[in-house]
Design a protein around this ligand. Structure first.
Ligand SMILES: [Zn+2]
Length: 154
């Protein structure tokens, strides 16, 4: 999923969780679960990690994704009365942290993160590798609709 989807879902979970620790843990778990839904980025990911081709495209996708997520989170934080800012913040951190750890592993190849990298892609690829991928364009449109719904819960 896009980082905006993970961040927004994390923020909503943070609101529902009621405390920052639970917000972080539940949002972190939500990342792995919602990544199981095929969301169009397996081609980008496999090209980047396995086939080592079109890597600049994957990096550009992640950069745009990260900046859109940051802008969206700041927009929400600056236009809403977020009553539990700490829960909101830790929900977002938990929601996006798994992809940060994967990126850190991509950069460093540290054995400390290898197990988590495998856990992440166990969930991420669970249905995609069995049932096939969906087109990225439709997946992004679906996420825009999902984000539009989620932000009404903040
Ligand atoms: Zn992920």
């Amino acid at each position: 999923m896009t980082l905006t989807t993970h961040a927004t879902l994390g923020a909503v979970i943070g609101k529902l969780a009621g405390n920052p620790v639970l917000a972080f843990i539940l949002a972190f778990c939500s990342h792995l679960l919602i990544d199981m839904v095929p969301h169009g980025d397996t081609g980008l990911s496999d090209n980047f990690r396995i086939h080592k081709k079109n890597q600049k495209l994957a990096v550009a996708y992640v950069a745009v994704d990260a900046i859109v997520a940051l802008a969206f989170v700041l927009l929400i934080a600056n236009t809403r009365d977020i009553d539990h800012l700490r829960n909101f913040t830790w929900g977002i951190i938990g929601g996006v942290l798994p992809d940060f750890l994967v990126g850190l592993y991509d950069l460093t190849k540290t054995p400390l993160l290898r197990w988590f990298y495998r856990v992440h892609f166990f969930f991420h690829d669970f249905f995609v590798k069995r049932r096939g991928e969906v087109p990225l364009y439709y997946a992004i449109l679906a996420q825009v609709v999902f984000i539009a719904y989620l932000q009404t819960k903040l």
